[in-house]
Design a protein around this ligand. Structure first.
Ligand code: 4NP
Length: 156
């Protein structure tokens, strides 16, 4: 079993998009039964909330369903549970590193480490921007998800 946790600030835009896209890709590859996939936020701003309508609309248009996801905040047990803890940006990475026990630090990385098409290392926060930002987030998340799935396949 490989356990993957996607992390952003609010857990309503980027990380739930990553959760939905990665789950969808894994399902197509018949890998779902070997994976645990989840997402959370470093903040508690949106605990219990559904994903942002703008993120959900892009995902729906591109063939992924985010409707049953709900915001939650990262907690101490996540560092024990998950094998891959993937931050969307450097602020998320810093916040995770601050909370994570030394023995588990190597589980944490920037998600775009797994992207092939993008040379950037951060998925930009789309929350205060326009609709275009959500399309770009989706494209980046989809590309990194493909790379991550390949990396996990190569390891198992
Ligand atoms: P996310 O986007 O981290 O991709 O879920 C954000 C959502 C909410 C806020 C910031 C970013 N906020 O400040 O409430």
């Amino acid at each position: 079993m490989t356990k993957v946790l996607f992390v952003c600030l609010g857990n309503i835009c980027r990380s739930p998009t990553a959760e939905a896209v990665f789950r969808g890709l894994a399902e197509k590859e018949d890998m779902l039964e070997d994976l645990v996939i989840d997402s959370c936020g470093t903040s508690g701003y949106h605990i219990g909330e559904s994903p942002d309508d703008r993120a959900a609309a892009v995902a729906r248009r591109r063939g992924y369903d985010m409707s049953d996801l709900m915001g939650r905040q990262v907690n101490a047990s996540d560092f024990e549970t998950f094998d891959y803890i993937l931050a969307m940006d450097r602020a998320n990475l810093r916040d995770l590193r601050r909370q994570c026990p030394a023995a588990m630090q190597e589980k944490i990385a920037l998600f775009l480490t797994y992207s092939k098409k993008y040379s950037e290392d951060e998925v930009p926060d789309p929350y205060y921007g326009g609709a275009q930002g959500f399309d770009r987030v989706f494209d980046m998340v989809e590309d990194a998800s493909i790379g991550l799935l390949e990396a996990i396949k190569a390891r198992t």
